[in-house]
Design a protein around this ligand. Sequence first.
Ligand code: B1M
Length: 206
Amino acid sequence: RIASQLEGGNDEAVRELTQAAIDEGVAPGTILNEALTSAMDRVGELYETQEYFLPEMMASAQSMQRAMTLLRPLLSEADAKPAATAILGTVKGDLHDIGKNIVGMMLEGAGLTVIDLGPDVAPETFLEAVKKHSPDIVGMSALLSTTQPMMGTTIKVLEEAGVRDQVKVIIGGPPTNSTYAEQIGADGYAPDASQAVKKVRSLLDL
Ligand code: B1M
C-alpha cells in the first residue's frame, strides 16, 4: 500500500501508512527497501517510458522525502546503511537549480545520502566538500553554455588536489552530453534524473 500510494505521489497517505507500519513494528529498513525505494524505481521506469512526466516524478520524490523524515531517525547503521553519499551542485556562475534538486530527490529516493551544495558552486567549494565528506559521487549540473566549462575546471581542481580518483564524477544539464563528459574526464553523463540514478548505480555497483 505504501508503494502504490508513493507511485501516485499521495503525500499524506504515504506519510500515514509509513507511520502505521512503524507503529506496527515493521523494520525501518524493510519499509525503505521493499516499499519506498522499489516504488521510486518504478516511478523512474514510468518516467522513462513517458507514462509519467516531471510533475508526477516530483510528486513521488516529495512523498518519498516526507516519508524519509519519519524513517531517518530510526534507521540504525545495521538496519540500513545509506547506499552511498553524493555531493551535488550547480556549477559556479549558474543559478539554475530545479533540475539538480530533482536529481537530488531521486538519488535520495534510491537510498543515497545527498549533500546538496546548492547553485553557483565554485570548484574550490566542491573540493572542500569532497575533503570533508568523502563522498562516492560528485554530481555537477549546468544549464548555461557559458557555465558548462566550469565542470571541466572543477574536475581539474579535484585532480590537482589529488582527490579525483577517490570519487566518481557525473554531469548533467541541457548543454552537456556524454561526449562532453568524456572530453572533460567525467565518469558519466545523465540526460535526466531517472538516468542519473541508473548511472550512479552502475558506477558504484549498487
Ligand atoms: Co534561465 N536559461 N537564465 N533561468 N532558464 C535557460 C536555461 C535557457 C535555455 C532559456 C532560453 O534562453 N531559452 C537559457 C540558457 C541558454 C544557454 O546558455 N544555452 C537561460 C538563460 C540565458 C538565463 C539567463 C542568462 C537569463 C538572463 O538573465 N539574461 C539567467 C542566468 C542566471 C544565472 O544562472 N547566472 C537565467 C535565469 C533563470 C532564472 C533564475 C529566472 C530561472 C532559474 C530558477 C532556478 O533554477 N531556481 C531560469 C529558468 C527557470 C530557466 C528555464 C526556463 C527552465 C530551466 C529548468 O528549470 N528546467 C530554461 C529554459 C528551458 O529549459 N525551457 C532557462 C526544468 C528542469 C527540471 O530541467 O534543469 O534541464 P533541467 O534538469 C533536468 C536534466 O537536464 C537533468 O535532469 C533534470 C531532471 O530531469 N539534469 C541532470 C540536470 N542537472 C543534472 C545533473 C546530473 C544529471 C542530470 O548529474 C549530476
